[in-house]
Design a protein around this ligand. Structure first.
Ligand code: GLU
Ligand code: ZN
Length: 285
């Protein structure tokens, strides 16, 4: 079972559309289901109405999801339960370090200060997962091959509940992927760094680790990453077929000429039957 899990920070652009298409094709070509989850756990970054816009864009590009859409904002109690459980098992501890203190640390990984010196009960505090010395995570990425990440080295004990009261992306994504039965996580390579932390959390919670596939990032003619700020990356209503063709080419597929201008559903049908994992793709133009 696969999923697409956008944050509602704005409409889809060519980059996020390509990630959605890759995730859809990987799941569907295996005969799997494909879920849609709106990751609305960071209100300051969200844009009102972006969720419905994203859904409409997915539909217009023929990307039909299975079952009801899940909103992470409706799951906060569940995340809190899991966080409390981790605290009770001493796998997590409160941290009241300010951003200023964290900035001064000699290394990028947290120094464990608040584990040795717990903050007073009344202090505003984040919750950090204890990762311990054996925090090396290895996994076989579907597209990038063998990956090794060392969480202790990368960030050390990391935040699973923020000091400002918001759940962290890491905790929410791990709990939902598990509870929704997702065993295939396909997303953009910009999220690759998070996998080690997510695997560390899965181990603490006794969850199986899904298969991961990190898709090559979409780049423009100059090799720059496409971003939301980049006007050229906008999806234009009425140009769904062209956008989809662009996404398929970015993923290394070459639809035959007679499919140029075809309906999205026809393009996706072809793509599903001709899906090959985008391995070793370099984007030279
Ligand atoms: N919500 C995250 C984002 O849009 C992606 C989560 C994921 O696919 O793991 O960046
Ligand atoms: Zn601290």
């Amino acid at each position: 079972m696969g999923r697409f899990a956008p944050s509602p920070t704005g409409p889809l652009h060519l980059g996020s559309l390509t990630a959605a298409v890759g995730s859809y094709l990987e799941a569907r070509s295996r005969g799997g289901r494909w879920l849609l989850r709106i990751e609305d756990i960071d209100p300051p970054r969200e844009v009102a109405g972006a969720d419905t816009l994203i859904m409409r864009q997915l539909e217009q590009h023929g990307l039909d999801w299975d079952g009801p859409v899940r909103y992470q904002s409706s799951r906060l109690e569940r995340y809190r339960e899991i966080a409390d459980q981790l605290s009770a098992q001493c796998c997590a501890y409160r941290c009241s370090c300010t951003r200023a203190r964290l900035k001064q640390l000699p290394s990028v990984s947290y120094d464990g200060h608040c584990l040795r010196q717990p903050p007073p009960d009344a202090a505003a505090a984040a919750l950090r997962l204890r990762v311990g010395p054996d925090s090396r995570c290895e996994f076989d990425d579907l597209y990038l091959g063998r990956q090794r990440q060392d969480v202790a080295e990368q960030c050390g004990d990391f935040v699973i509940w923020r000091r400002d009261g918001l759940v962290s992306y890491q905790l929410a994504v791990v709990v939902d992927d598990f509870e929704q039965g997702v065993n295939l996580v396909v997303r953009g390579a910009d999220l690759l760094d998070n996998s080690g932390r997510q695997i560390a959390l899965q181990r603490q919670l006794n969850y199986p680790t899904p298969r991961y596939g990190h898709l090559p990032l979409v780049v423009d003619e100059r090799g720059n990453k496409l971003s939301k700020q980049n006007h050229a990356a906008c999806l234009v209503a009425g140009s769904e077929s062209q956008s989809l063709l662009f996404a398929l080419r970015q993923l290394g597929l070459q639809p035959p000429a007679e499919l140029t201008g075809a309906r999205p559903a026809a393009l996706l049908d072809w793509a599903q039957q001709n899906w090959r994992p985008p391995i070793g793709l370099a984007h030279h133009h």
